[in-house]
Design a protein around this ligand. Structure first.
Ligand code: SF4
Ligand SMILES: [Zn+2]
Length: 181
């Protein structure tokens, strides 16, 4: 079975890649050839459990192979991690891995980490377009960075507008003064 690492999960039996008629495609999911990866991803988009599969892959930090229609590059981008699974802080923000919505449709909240561990809290990223959410401290950081960058940009634009308004007010006042003289 293709999803050998998944263990016992309710959605496993409905997986398109687990169906005997697709047995010949199972090797494509970990292929390095883009044509084969493309075929694997296409099969995912016909799969009735794509959402659950993608959720599982992100929750379990699966950064190799195709899962839920996403290849390893896209999964790593959603989690903001490198090839080795280490956090990366690039100026590249994740889109929703399920529906592809832009980062301005993603929101972040903090929740208690199940079982504690290195961190006592985790960040949950949620897409308002499709309601998909995933846990990732690292991609949450990226989304927060994106929101911060957007707010900074907006504030800069507002400041520039204000400055321009002040300047034109001053100019108008001086013209009016000249006329009344
Ligand atoms: S989404 Fe793709 S990898 Fe996941 S169970 Fe379905 S076919 Fe298999
Ligand atoms: Zn989405």
């Amino acid at each position: 079975m293709r999803l050998s690492g998944v263990g016992s999960v309710a959605w496993h039996d409905d997986a398109a890649c687990a169906h005997p008629r697709n047995a010949h495609m199972r090797k494509f999911f970990f292929s390095k050839m883009s044509k084969e990866k493309y075929m694997a991803r296409n099969l995912c988009y016909t799969c009735p459990v794509r959402r659950q599969c993608l959720q599982w892959a992100l929750d379990n930090k699966q950064i190799d192979g195709v899962w839920g229609g996403k290849d390893e590059g896209e999964l790593r981008r959603a989690l903001s991690v490198s090839y080795e699974g280490q956090e990366v802080r690039k100026k590249r923000f994740p889109n929703c891995p399920f529906c592809g919505a832009r980062p301005n449709k993603l929101s972040v909240r903090t929740a208690d980490a199940p079982g504690g561990g290195r961190w006592t809290t985790v960040k949950i990223v949620k897409c308002e377009e499709c309601n998909f959410d995933w846990t990732s401290r690292t991609s949450a950081n990226a989304v927060e960075a994106y929101i911060f960058a957007q707010e900074t940009k907006k504030a800069k634009i507002e400041k520039a507008k204000e400055k321009k308004n002040k300047k034109s007010k001053k100019k108008r006042a001086s013209v009016e003064r000249k006329i009344t003289k």
